[in-house]
Structure formats: C-alpha cells, structure tokens
Ligand binder design. Structure first.
Ligand code: NAD
Length: 246
C-alpha cells in the first residue's frame, strides 16, 4: 500500500512512534526513525523492521532544536530525494499543577511537543510542495481537546498542535498535501506506565470501551491517514480514545 513512499516518524525509538514506524514499514514505506537519546532502542526498532524485509534508517536529533532539525531534514532530502509522509510523534510530559509549574517545565513541553512539529513541518512541506503531494500527521492528545488538571503545559501544546494542523491543512491543501491530527486517549506505553493503579482505574472508568488503548491502535489510524484511501481527508482530528471524548 505504501511501496515507494518515504516516511519520517519523530520519537520513533519506543511506544506509539515505534509502532507507527513498524506499521508504515510493513505497508512498504521506507521509514526514517528519528530519536533523541535512545540509540539502542532505535536500533532495535530498525532491526525489527529489517527482520520482516522492511527498510529503515536512523536519524538522531532533538526535535525542539530548530537548527538541528533544519540540518537533519536537509540531509534526509539529500539522501532520499523525496519525503512523502511525516508523523510528528515525539513528545514529553512535565506534569504539575499550574500554580507550581516552573517556567522551564512549561517551555520544555511547548518546545518539544508543539515547536518540534512546527520545525519538521516547515522543512518537510518545502519538499512536499515540490512533489505536489504529502501526508502530515500530528500526534495530539485527548488532553488537547478536553484539558486535564496537572497538564497545563501538555494540554496547551497538544491543543496548539490541533491549531497548527488545521492551519497547515488550509495552507497546503492546494499543493496536494493533507495534514491531520490523531488525538489518542490513554494508551499503554512508558508515558502512562508511571501512573498509579488508582489513577489508571479512574482513567479506565472514564473510557466507554473500558480499557486503555495499545500503541497499535494509534498506529493503525496513522497508517490509514498516510494512505491513498485518506486522500480526501484533511484538517481533521481523529480520536483514538475508546470513546473518551465524543
Ligand atoms: P513515549 O514517552 O514512550 O515516547 C515518546 C518518544 O518521543 C520517545 O521515543 C522519546 O525519546 C521521544 N522524544 C521525546 N523528546 C524528544 C525530542 N526532543 N526529540 C526527539 N524525540 C523525542 O510516549 P508515547 O506514549 O509513545 O507517546 C508518543 C506520542 O503520543 C507523544 O506525542 C504523546 O504525547 C502522545 N500521546 C500519548 C498518549 C499515551 O497515553 N501514551 C496519549 C495521547 C498522546
């Protein structure tokens, strides 16, 4: 389905990002795995993709760093000559109630989760405009739609991603590029592993389908939005949250 396509997934060394990378590769795309700190885990994802005959390469940079992103995107375009799919998945949390949240914790979450996507979109869209085609998928969150006590920084970044998605969708539609967001609910990954059983139980009680989602659930939605079948869908927020927010 994605044979001949080149896909870049940020923060793809684990969790949702690694699952998206694997599923895109399984559909035939050559996948560029961006990672920041965890080279070993990124190598494992690459090996897994290669084990089923897929193609993957590693690119290390911190998505919050504009200059590093510019340099890496330039070498990606030079190496591959094209870029068809961009998935902005890299994200962090620095939770805390607003009254106690430090400026540093607010800024670092905005820089990684929101500005990081601006950086990649800025450089990827140049190439996609030249190609007159492209798919951009931003991983937002249910929290960006509904808010969440203790996550002012994260919710602001994820809501910002939705605004960024809709605006770039409008700007790039005439160039054959679609831009959509996915808003996952609670997904079982390292990001949610640290939650106490009490918090997990309370969260599951708010989910009509009664359980946390899996990275595969989000990856399936990303593969769909990256496919030709989703060609008439742009500027949308696809909720993958077991019905949490309707
Ligand atoms: P995770 O912590 O397992 O993965 C996040 C990935 O982003 C890691 O590989 C990490 O190394 C990478 N990353 C962080 N900062 C980076 C940087 N500056 N540059 C490059 N890479 C960086 O978390 P996850 O649950 O897999 O989350 C993936 C995405 O999904 C995030 O954007 C997250 O906000 C979003 N999300 C997750 C959930 C959930 O319940 N797990 C819910 C909604 C949205």
């Amino acid at each position: 389905m994605l044979k001949g396509k080149i896909a870049l997934v940020t923060g793809a060394s684990r969790g949702i990002g690694s699952e998206i990378a694997k599923k895109l590769a399984a559909q035939g795309a050559a996948v560029i795995i961006n990672f920041n700190g965890s080279r070993d885990r990124a190598e494992e994802v690459k090996k897994e993709i290669e084990s089923f005959g897929g193609a993957a390469s590693l690119y290390q940079w911190d998505v919050s760093n504009y200059k590093a992103c510019e340099a890496s995107m330039q070498s990606i375009i030079k190496e591959y000559g094209q870029l068809d799919i961009l998935v902005n998945n890299a994200g962090i949390t620095r939770d805390g109630l607003l009254m106690k949240m430090s400026e540093e914790d607010f800024d670092s979450v905005i820089s990684t989760n929101l500005k990081g996507a601006f950086h990649t979109i800025r450089f990827a869209s140049r190439q996609m405009i030249r190609q007159k085609s492209g798919r951009i998928i931003n991983i937002s969150s249910v929290v960006g739609v509904a808010g969440n006590a203790g996550q002012a920084n994260y919710a602001a970044a994820k809501a910002g991603l939705i605004g960024l998605t809709k605006t770039t969708a409008k700007e790039l539609a005439s160039r054959g590029i679609t831009v959509n967001a996915i808003a996952p609910g609670f997904i079982s990954t390292d990001m949610t592993a640290g939650l106490s059983d009490k918090v997990k139980e309370a969260a599951a009680a708010q989910i009509p389908l009664g359980m946390f989602g899996r990275p595969e659930d989000v990856a399936a939605a990303a593969v769909f939005l990256a496919s030709d079948d989703a060609g008439y869908i742009t500027g949308q927020v696809l909720h993958v949250d077991g019905g949490m927010v309707m």
